[in-house]
Design a protein around this ligand. Structure first.
Ligand SMILES: Nc1ncnc2c1ncn2[C@@H]1O[C@H](COP(=O)(O)OP(=O)(O)O)[C@@H](O)[C@H]1O
Ligand SMILES: N[C@@H](CCOP(=O)(O)O)C(=O)O
Length: 321
């Protein structure tokens, strides 16, 4: 259950007076999600989601909310935040920064099929045609410096056990990533965590991209690699080539990758696998106090990283449809 901060009805009513959003009808905590406190809020005018941000700084929250508004206003299916009567997307509730966004319909897909992967690729391509025009900037917080810092902590921790092979993989991959920077690739605002649980579908149609709370400015093609690594994974923690080709075709129908991006592609898939292997491994080795009791499996991304390291040419071939 991820309601970390309980909201009482009188607090919510007070908060809603700042918005022109009608009268409260009902509200209920949302169990999914692992970072923030979320509630479904229904008024006599709107279906909304209330988020109380548990960790982020105001600066980055303005970036996330402005980006959501920008994308929604450019016809990318994202949840538009509600603007308060005083002109702000960000308020405060129960001592936490808080925002109301429009509730999207649909649900996330556990087993997306080829067509749904193509649809997601198309939407991501559209988003990446639009997002470089967004004026905000946020430094990537899970890029090389974070990989190095986290990798060093984990290598020291794992070296105490019998994880020789794991430490060697970690160090070798860090070395590779250090020698394959991505700053020369086309940049823009990226989602950075567009996993299956962060997109809503209804009858085969994408209704929305949610949880933009890792969004930052980074290489656009890296965002595509993050997305493929989750949406197109097969049962053996490799990549299902048919779904990957469909997602890439959908994406490139909107935004073809350039020669630099094509050359960098196998390394980007590795960077994306490494990022989620390390964040999950860190949560496993150093569980965050007082938060989620379930953990996401780091092994999935370790195996995927090994698979990507072994098949650079094959992954590049997916780019050709
Ligand atoms: N705009 C929205 N419309 C509909 N459902 C939403 C919306 N935003 C969040 N949700 C629901 O809340 C859940 C948790 O949201 P999420 O942003 O992923 O939380 P966290 O940041 O804590 O991981 C989602 O899985 C989804 O069910
Ligand atoms: N998608 C990541 C988890 C990122 O955290 P969240 O707050 O978006 O749930 C993973 O699967 O490791």
């Amino acid at each position: 259950m991820s309601v970390f901060t309980t909201v009482h009805e009188h607090q919510l009513n007070q908060f809603l007076t700042q918005f022109d959003c009608g009268r409260l009808v009902s509200f209920a905590g949302i169990a999914a999600g692992i970072e923030n406190t979320n509630y479904f809020v229904t008024t006599d005018r709107y279906a909304l989601v209330l988020t109380l941000f548990e960790h982020h700084q105001p600066d980055e929250l303005h970036y996330f909310l402005d980006l959501m508004a920008y994308l929604a206003e450019h016809d990318i299916p994202t949840a538009h935040p509600m603007c308060s009567k005083s002109g702000s997307y960000l308020g405060e509730l129960n001592g936490k920064p808080a925002a109301l966004v429009r509730r999207l319909t649909g649900g996330s897909l556990e087993h997306p099929n080829t067509e749904e992967c193509r649809t997601m690729g198309t939407a991501l391509g559209q988003m990446h045609r639009t997002s470089p025009g967004f004026g905000g900037y946020r430094e990537p917080d899970r890029a090389l410096p974070w990989l190095q810092e986290t990798g060093a902590i984990l290598a020291a921790h794992l070296a105490k056990d019998i994880e020789g092979e794991t430490v060697a993989l970690l160090e070798d991959e860090l070395d590779f990533q250090q020698n394959h920077p991505r700053g020369h690739l086309p940049q823009g605002a990226i989602h950075a965590d567009l996993f299956r649980d962060n997109a809503l579908f209804e009858q085969g149609r994408l209704t929305g991209i949610i949880d933009l709370y890792y969004a930052c400015n980074d290489a656009l093609a890296y965002d595509l690699a993050v997305t493929i690594n989750d949406w197109c994974r097969d049962e053996q923690d490799g990549i299902d080539e048919t779904r990957a080709r469909a997602m890439l075709a959908g994406y490139q129908g909107e935004r073809p990758l350039n020669d630099d991006e094509r050359a960098a592609w196998p390394g980007l898939l590795r960077a994306a696998a490494m990022r989620f292997w390390l964040s999950r491994l860190k949560d496993q080795c150093f569980p965050r106090e007082g938060e989620m009791t379930y953990q996401k499996d780091p092994e999935v991304f370790r195996r995927l990283l090994i698979a990507h390291r072994a098949q650079a040419d094959a992954t590049r071939a997916w780019l050709n449809g």
